[in-house]
Write a protein that binds this ligand. Structure first.
Ligand SMILES: *Cc1c(COP(=O)(O)O)cnc(C)c1O
Length: 501
C-alpha cells in the first residue's frame, strides 16, 4: 500500500493537467463540428472492421497517458460513428444534439449530484423539478402536473404504464401482484401503429402481450375510435378488466396523431386511464399551427415525451408526466430505513427515487434545462416548425421526381419509394418493389451520402425520412430525392444484372 499521507491516486488529475486536457478536447470537438457537412454520414464499415479498429487486446494491466487516450478516442469516434448530427441524417427519430447539451453533460458529470435524494442533490433536484414543469408548460399540459426524467421514451412510457397499473388494477397490485384473480384479466388498448414499448411493458410488468388489444387504424393511420369503443365494451361484457388506453401523439412510423380528444372522452366515460405516447410528437403541440391536432393531450392522465428527440438533447433524456403527481409516488415509493430524507431544514423535500424505478440517478435535467433557456419557447417553436416545413418541402421535391412514388407526410416524417418507370404492372410488381427498396435502403445507409430508414405502409416497404435536426437545410432536403433516384437506378441495375447472371 502507498503511504496514505502522500496519496496520489492514479485516476486523479491535478487541476492544471485537467484544464489542458479539457481545452484541447474542446478544440477537437469544435473542429469536428465544423467539418460535419463534408464527412460521410457513416462509413458503412462491417462490424469486424470496426472491432479491428477498436483493437483486440486484453484488459490493460497498467495505465496510459490521458492526453493520448483522449486524442485517440476522439479520432476513433469522429471517424467511425454514424453521425446523427449530420445535416443529411434522416434516419429513425434520433435528433442532432444541441451543443449546449454537450457542455451541460460535462458540467453535470463534474459536480456529479445523485438526483435520487434531495439531500444528495439540492440544486439538481430543484432544477429537474423546474425542467419537468417547463416541459409540461411547453405542451400545455395540466398545471400542477408531476413528472420525472428517465432515460428515454420507452422508460417514460413504462413509468406511466406502472402508474396506470397501480391506479386502475382494482387490487393493490404492488402487494398482491398480477396473479391476483382481479388483475389477471387486465386489458390495455393501443393502435396497430403503437411503438413496441407497449409489448415490452405488457411483457415486463406481468400482464403478458395477450392483454394488448390492437385497435385498427383509419386511412391516415390514426386509431379508429369507434373500433376502440366496441372492443372495450365487448371486453367489459365478457368480464375482462379494461385498464388503459394508449393514444399516440406522433407515431414512430409515419407521424400520425391519434384523435386524442375522442380517446379522452371514451376513457372518461368508462373510468379508464388515458395515456398519451408523445415520445416523438408531443413537443409539436407547442407550435401554434399544429396545436389543433393535439386537442385532448392536455387532459391525458399521463404523457411520455423524449427531450432527446424534439428538444435536441444529447442522449439520454426521456420524460414521464402525470396529471396527479401522487400517482407516481403511489406506484414507486418505498422508504428504506437508511434514508432519512423526508425533510430538509424543516421543509418537506422531494426525493426523486420515490417517483420512479431508479435509485441513484444522474443529472439529466441540466442539458434540457440549459437548452430551454438558451432558446426559449420561441426558439423551439421555430426549430420544430422549420423541421416540419422542411419535411413538406422534401415531400414536394420527392413528388416532383419522376421515379419516386410518395406515400405519407405527417409532422416531420415523409415516406416514399423508388419505382422505376419501366416496371410492368403485373402481380409481381409489389413484391419486386419491396425487394428493390429494401436493397436501396441498405445501399443508401452504407453509402454515407444521406441516411434514411424505412416504414411498412399497407404491406409496402417505404423509405422514411424524419427530420428532428436543426442542422438540416433546404439544400439538404432538395438533394435527397435526387440521391434516392440515382442510387435507386444503381440498385435496380444491379438487381437486374444479378437476375440475368
Ligand atoms: C422513439 C419513440 C419511443 C421510444 O423512445 P426511446 O427514446 O427510443 O426509448 C416510443 N414511442 C414513440 C412514439 C417514439 O417515437
Amino acid at each position: 500500500m502507498t503511504d496514505p499521507s502522500s496519496r496520489r491516486a492514479p485516476l486523479d488529475l491535478p487541476p492544471n493537467e485537467f484544464r489542458a486536457l479539457g481545452h484541447s478536447l474542446v478544440d477537437r470537438i469544435a473542429d469536428f463540428l465544423a467539418t460535419w457537412p463534408e464527412r460521410p454520414v457513416t462509413t458503412g464499415a462491417a462490424p469486424s472492421a470496426i472491432r479491428e479498429r477498436v483493437g483486440r487486446r486484453p484488459l490493460p494491466q497498467t495505465g496510459a497517458p490521458p492526453d493520448a487516450l483522449l486524442r485517440d478516442a476522439a479520432t476513433l469516434l469522429f471517424d467511425h460513428s454514424l453521425h446523427n448530427g449530420h445535416p443529411r441524417f434522416f434516419g429513425y427519430i434520433t435528433s442532432s444534439a444541441a451543443p449546449i447539451g454537450m457542455l451541460a453533460d460535462l458540467l453535470a458529470a463534474s459536480v456529479n449530484p445523485n438526483v435520487g435524494g434531495y439531500s444528495l442533490s439540492p440544486v439538481a433536484t430543484e432544477i429537474e423539478r423546474q425542467t419537468v414543469s417547463w416541459i409540461a408548460e411547453m405542451i400545455g399540459y395540466a398545471p400542477g402536473a408531476g413528472g420525472i426524467l428517465v432515460s428515454g421514451g420507452n422508460m417514460a412510457n413504462f413509468v406511466c404504464f406502472l402508474a396506470a397499473r397501480r391506479a386502475r388494477a382494482g387490487v393493490d397490485v404492488r402487494t398482491a401482484g398480477i396473479a391476483a384473480p382481479e388483475s389477471r384479466r387486465l386489458r390495455v388498448y393501443a393502435s396497430e401503429e403503437t411503438h413496441t414499448w407497449i409489448q415490452k411493458a405488457a411483457d415486463l410488468f406481468g400482464l403478458g402481450t395477450d392483454a394488448i388489444r390492437w385497435i385498427p387504424t383509419d386511412a391516415r393511420l390514426r386509431m379508429d375510435v369507434a373500433a376502440l369503443e366496441r372492443r372495450i365494451d365487448a371486453d367489459a361484457s365478457a368480464g375482462e378488466k379494461p385498464m388503459l388506453v394508449v393514444g399516440t401523439a406522433g407515431s414512430v412510423g409515419t407521424g400520425a396523431v391519434d384523435p386524442l380528444d375522442r380517446i379522452r372522452d371514451v376513457c372518461r366515460e368508462r373510468g379508464l386511464w388515458f395515456h398519451a405516447d408523445g415520445a416523438y410528437g408531443a413537443f409539436a403541440a407547442a407550435v401554434p399551427e399544429e396545436r389543433e391536432r393535439f386537442r385532448g393531450l392536455a387532459d391525458a392522465d399521463s404523457v411520455a415525451l423524449d427531450p432527446h428527440k424534439w428538444l435536441y438533447a444529447p442522449l439520454e433524456a426521456g420524460c414521464a408526466l402525470v396529471r396527479d403527481p401522487e400517482a407516481l409516488r403511489d406506484a414507486f415509493s418505498y422508504h428504506p430505513p437508511y434514508y432519512r430524507m423526508d425533510d430538509v431544514g424543516g421543509e418537506p423535500a422531494m426525493n426523486f427515487h420515490e417517483y420512479g424505478p431508479q435509485n441513484s440517478r444522474g443529472f439529466r435535467a441540466l442539458k434540457v434545462w440549459l437548452a430551454l433557456q438558451q432558446v426559449g419557447r420561441e426558439g423551439y417553436v421555430r426549430m420544430i416548425s422549420d423541421d416540419i416545413a422542411l419535411t413538406r418541402r422534401l415531400f414536394r421535391a420527392a413528388e416532383a421526381e419522376p421515379e419516386i412514388e410518395t406515400f405519407t407526410c405527417d409532422l416531420s416524417i415523409a415516406t416514399f419509394r423508388y419505382a422505376p418507370a419501366d416496371l410492368g404492372g403485373g402481380p409481381e410488381r409489389e413484391a419486386f418493389l419491396n425487394e428493390l427498396n429494401e436493397a436501396l435502403a441498405t445501399r443508401l445507409q452504407d453509402g454515407g451520402e444521406a441516411f434514411v430508414s424505412n416504414a411498412m405502409i399497407d404491406g409496402k416497404f417505404a423509405l422514411r425520412a424524419c427530420i428532428v435536426n436543426f442542422r438540416t437545410s433546404a439544400a439538404d432536403v432538395e438533394v435527397l430525392p435526387r440521391i434516392v433516384a440515382r442510387v435507386g437506378r444503381e440498385t435496380y441495375a444491379a438487381m437486374k444484372a444479378e437476375r440475368r447472371g
